[in-house]
Design a binder for this molecule. Sequence first.
Ligand SMILES: Cc1cc2nc3c(=O)[nH]c(=O)nc-3n(C[C@H](O)[C@H](O)[C@H](O)COP(=O)(O)O)c2cc1C
Length: 303
Amino acid sequence: MQIDPKALRAAFSQFMTGVTVVTARSPGGDLIGFTANSFTSVSLDPPLLLVCPGRHLSSFDAFARAEHFAVSVLAEGQEHVSNLFAKSGTDRFAQADYDLDPNGAALISGRAAGFSCQTFQRVPAGDHMLLIGQITGFDKQPLPPLGYCPDGYFSLSKERQADAASASRKETIASVILRQGQNLLLDANGHLPSTQVGETAGARSALRGFLDGLGIEAHLGPVYSIYDETAGLRRKVLLGRVSEKAPTAPLQPHPISKTASLRQPTDALNVMLARFAAEHQSQSFGLYIGDAQQGEIHLLDKD
Ligand SMILES: Cc1cc2nc3c(=O)[nH]c(=O)nc-3n(C[C@H](O)[C@H](O)[C@H](O)COP(=O)(O)O)c2cc1C
């Protein structure tokens, strides 16, 4: 079978993970670090973990030689730290808060957990390396961890909070901001695909059933907005994605850059779409919880 690396990467990314920042010192003593979701717990006795630095990293050779390294498991709200340590060409440590562990490696402040390691084994593996560390110290904080899935970061506790709030409502309409490349997929009226949520099913499964019924193969991502349209009507909006070549009929593609020309059935949806278009430009998405007039935005993903 011919393996398409892009398709394989997409299949790998169906495995939801947390996010870590892996740090060490270069041979010259500089702090180095990168964002990694390849973290795996390996053994309790001896205590071992592994991460997989890629050969593409500017710090690869330094990690391949490091005798010590540290892993910080990021907490909810640390999307910006993940983005910082994934972005090339920035002075990462000038912009991050951290402490030094006894081995001199940086542990990110506000983390959900931290592990200090002595390098135990290095296993070259294709375009990555398995870097196995023996844990010399660790901590666990009472903070919920940050999640990562194909549609970006997610925060389970915020989604649960939002679900609990919406469970107290009688009627809910679920809508999806469905992206395909640089387009939004809309129904024949130019509206976001939307469906009524039954009493027992959640918004996600209602949308899943609705899109399946249309024959649209979509990946549903994080909750984007939850608000009360009227006293008895709640709107829950999810982000979703359809892969580039997948058929989209009966939905119609519309450029995200031209969302300003769209008219949704309510003003609140127009405002939300304008927010989405702006956030799409900066790739910094927030979760909105409130009512049609005012609410709170919790950052999902900040670049
Ligand atoms: C959520 C997430 C997880 C990542 N996981 C890994 C990983 O496990 N291994 C890896 O080599 N790169 C991973 N990367 C990419 C690196 O963080 C990125 O290529 C690196 O920071 C670039 O550093 P450089 O500019 O020093 O080369 C990940 C990026 C993100 C956003």
